[in-house]
Every structure is written in C-alpha cells, then in structure tokens.
Design a protein around this ligand. Structure first.
Ligand SMILES: *Cc1c(COP(=O)(O)O)cnc(C)c1O
Length: 496
C-alpha cells in the first residue's frame, strides 16, 4: 500500500519513505492511498491476542513494505516492560456504559508514549530502507508531553539524536522537570522564550532552510520529525482504538457489531484522527466527540466550517491542548473532500496568508455527521475532576477532564446513550497542581513534589514511579533561548 500527499496528487510513496520523510516536500501530509478494511471476524480474532500481537496485525495492514520480522521487532521493543501494565492500555469502568481508555501507562505517563515508544524503531527501519547510512537528527517542538515522550523513545537509539524545544512558560513544572532531567547520550533539551506555536515555527524554519540542510549533509546528518504529522505516529494510535474495542467485546461489555462513541481531548487532532481512521476501516463507531479547552478553534470549526486562528491564545491547565494550528486536521479535510488536493492547497494557502479558511458546505456537512465538538473552561475542568472523583472515586488529569465534561454536555444535549469510550491522555500526577486544587487542595508555596505527595494522601491514589523518580535525578538541561536562536543552538549540538 502506498501513501499520497494531501497537497500533490502525483506523489505516491511507500510507508518507509513516508515515515522517513515525515512531511511531503510541498508541505502536504502523507495519507494512505486506500484504507485497509477490518471485518467483524478480524476484530473477533484480535480478542484473544495481547496488545503487542494486535499491534502487529494492524501494522501489517499499513506497512506493507516492512517484513514480518521488522514489524515484530518494532512491536516487541515498543510494548513491553516499559509500560506499567501488561495490557499496555487499561480500560477503567466509570459507570454503566462509560469506559476510560487509559493511554498513560508508558514511561512518561502520557498517551504520546503509545506512539513514541515505537516511532524510533519504525523510523530506523524506514531510514535503512530509504536513506541508508545517514544519522537521523530528530527535531521536536513540544507543548510538553510530546517532548518528553520523544526523548524517552529516542534516547540511546543508535543512529539517531534528538533535540527538543519547549515554551518556557507553557508547560507544567513536572513536565519541565521530566525534560530537564532526561538521560541518554544523544539528547538535547532547551526552553524558548515564546509559546508553542513559536517553537513549532522555529522548528519548521530549520526544516526548510537549505543552507542548514547542506551543512548537515556534509556531516552525514539528515533532519527528521517526531511531531504528530508523521505517519509513524498516527498508525500506532489506530491500534489502541481497535484493541480497546476488542477488549470490551472480549469482556462482554459490548456485543458483536455494537457501535460505541469515542471522546478525545484534542489539540493537534492526531489522536481523534486515529479514531476516525479506525472507524473508516470498519470499527463500529457512532460519534467521534472532539473536546477542546479554552483554545476552542476546533469546536468553532466543526460547528461552522470556518477555521480562524485570528484569536487570543490562552495558557490553560490542560497545556498539551493549547494549540491554534491543529496540523492533522489537514488529513481529515483531504478525506472529507475525497482527495481534492486543489481545495486543500487553497485552504492552507489561505490559512497561511490570512490565518483563516472556510470549507465547502459539503465538507462541513460530512464533518458534522461524524463529529460532535465542545469545549470547557479551566474552572469547568476542575469541577469535572472533583465531580468524577467524588462520584466514582476516579481521579482524572486535566485533559481527560475536558473530555469528560464535553461528553456529559453531549449526553445532556442529545440524549444519546450509546456506550462510550473516553480517551484518557495523561496520568493525573503529571498535572498534579491543578488536580490537587480541583479536589480542594491548596498549592500555595509548595513545590511539585510536595504537591503530588499531598495529592496522594488526599485521594489514596498512587504516584507513578516514573514521576516520583525524577525527584532525585540531576537537572541536565537549564538553557533558555530567544526564538531566533533555535537554528544556531541546534547546529551547535549537532556539530559536536
Ligand atoms: C498531546 C496531548 C493531547 C492532544 O492530542 P492531539 O493528538 O494533539 O490532539 C491531549 N492530552 C494530552 C495529555 C496530550 O499530551
């Protein structure tokens, strides 16, 4: 199976090329030419398998230029003891017919691990098949979770280095600490004076700088991305929705062919797009519910068909969703417009020039048939955490709480009682201060470790080992730079 670009019809490349390259040269994203189909029989067969074997089966459908050995090796390295549960993604029951898919049992306690534990292996196999012996230099702009998850995924993977930039004021203390204490010989971390979009723009301009590319080529280095536009990030995310469905079926929670809703706290639109792909492949899914925080550009878009980034940017207590450019939306628009690359080019040129585009009525209608969208303020997020903990003794993080709140609103508005899976994207201790305040604590004057100790005492839940252990680790990266210093800083690291 080959991959096409959302902006150029004539491109058709293998999965290894799509993963090694990340982004198409003209700026488009790679999408599968034709989605593979999974039947009810296929899903039933997955029921008896481990997460790793389910992943193997699904990867085989998408990565047709990989051998079985290569896929097997990648999934074995990715989904093992580095997760703190044998199931890799556990499902918790909140109440009758509402399930929480816990995607945060990996080494950094956020859902990005689900993809970033396997991406380095997919990428090194892909590079071997396509660009041979060059060293791969990964550049990442992060609003917090991607950076740490990418660092953990790539640390000490031979033939790779990784450089991560994060907004100095845009991540939680724990996220900062997790990144600053990162171990590994091939890693670099730096804070930037600016917001997430500044970091992302800085990284993008390094990628498109011809002088930098030439200079790096001279020392045998090629740049690549681990951001969620890479097909190697999306594909692993499709796996857990299909796996979760198989798990619910196996446990008798749903019956054969029964449709479920999926709720996803959304930023860059990667996670929810993976759920859409699972549905398009044949997974019985009713509505996809897209939940945003105060940066509610996607809510407006799904309701009006107008994407308009000319608006204020808010720093919220769910910082991994503080995004005004949801890159993966481009893939959805490509599919919804039946692969009309001319339309995609129009819209994204318009976004670049005016910060805005409006899709056709047809596309707007199709999107509203598949998706429901809502958003939630910080105060509502905290109230949701409190409500859920008091009602069900289940402690959610701030991102998951946004999804929970929007889902409750959806149920109230529509009366839809379809069984529902809520994607839980981070462990609550990762955003300990906001969660502690939500359940009635006060963080005044407390450092992040005291806060999580208090949260543990107050709620009787357990601090994950991966977070507790950062306390005694050495701070290795203290740098803070101006926006315009990103290129030079990366080059200094890469030329060392
Ligand atoms: C990245 C992230 C999200 C947003 O996911 P997208 O794929 O960018 O929509 C939500 N919650 C957490 C905790 C995250 O780290």
């Amino acid at each position: 199976m080959n991959y096409k670009s959302t902006r150029n019809d004539t491109i058709s490349i293998s999965s290894a090329q799509a993963i090694a390259q990340g982004l198409s040269h003209e700026g488009g994203l790679f999408v599968p030419e034709k989605l593979p189909v999974i039947t009810e029989k296929d899903i039933t067969q997955l029921c008896g398998k481990s997460y790793k074997d389910r992943a193997f089966g699904i990867f085989k459908l998408f990565l047709t230029d990989f051998t079985d050995e290569e896929i097997g090796d990648c999934v074995t390295k990715a989904y093992g003891d580095n997760f703190d549960t044998e199931n890799i993604a556990d499902i918790s029951h909140l109440l009758q017919g509402t399930y929480i898919l816990e995607l945060w049992h990996g080494p950094t306690c956020a859902f990005k691990d689900m993809a970033l534990q396997i991406l380095p292996h997919l990428l090194t196999v892909s590079a071997r098949k396509t660009i041979s012996d060059k060293e791969i230099a990964i550049l990442v702009a992060t609003s917090g979770d991607t950076g740490k998850a990418a660092l953990e995924g790539f640390k000490n993977v031979s033939g790779t280095t990784i450089s991560v930039f994060y907004p100095e004021e845009g991540v939680s203390d724990m996220q900062k600490r997790q990144m600053a204490t990162q171990e590994g010989d091939n890693v670099f971390v730096c804070a930037v004076k600016g917001n997430f979009d500044d970091c992302q723009n800085g990284v993008k301009s390094i990628f498109t700088d011809k002088d930098i590319a030439r200079e790096l080529d001279g020392i045998g280095v090629v740049l690549s991305s681990a951001n969620s536009i890479n097909w190697g990030r999306l594909c692993p995310q499709i796996v857990y929705y299909i796996s979760a469905y198989a798990e619910l079926l196996k446990n008798g929670e749903i019956s054969f062919g029964e449709k479920i809703n999926i709720v996803v706290p959304t930023g860059n639109f990667g996670n929810i797009l993976a759920a859409y792909y699972a549905k398009k492949m044949g997974l019985p899914v009713n509505k996809l519910i897209c939940a945003s925080n105060a940066n509610n550009i996607l809510t407006d878009f799904i309701k009006t068909g107008i994407y308009d980034r000319n608006r204020d940017f808010y720093t919220t207590i769910s910082p991994s969703m503080d995004i005004l450019i949801s890159s993966n939306l481009e893939r959805l628009l490509y599919h919804m417009s039946d692969g009309d690359t001319a339309l995609i080019n129009n819209w994204f040129n318009s976004l670049k020039e005016t910060g805005r585009y409006e899709v056709t009525d047809n596309v707007k209608k199709k999107i509203s048939e598949e998706f429901y969208a809502g958003y939630c303020s910080d105060a509502e997020t905290k109230a949701a955490i409190k409500d859920c903990f008091e009602s069900y003794s289940y402690l959610m993080d701030t991102h998951t709480a946004v999804a929970y709140k929007v889902y409750n609103e959806y149920k109230d508005n529509t009366g839809d009682m379809t069984k529902t899976l809520i994607a839980s994207t981070a462990n609550p201790y990762k955003f300990g201060a906001a969660v502690y305040e939500a359940v009635g604590g006060s963080c005044d004057g407390l450092d992040e470790f005291t806060i999580i100790d208090r949260l543990q005492e107050k709620t009787g839940t357990v601090i994950p080992q991966a977070l507790a252990s950062t306390k005694n680790k050495e701070i290795r990266f203290k740098g803070v730079i101006e926006r315009d210093m990103m290129a030079q800083t990366v080059m200094n690291f890469l030329k060392k």
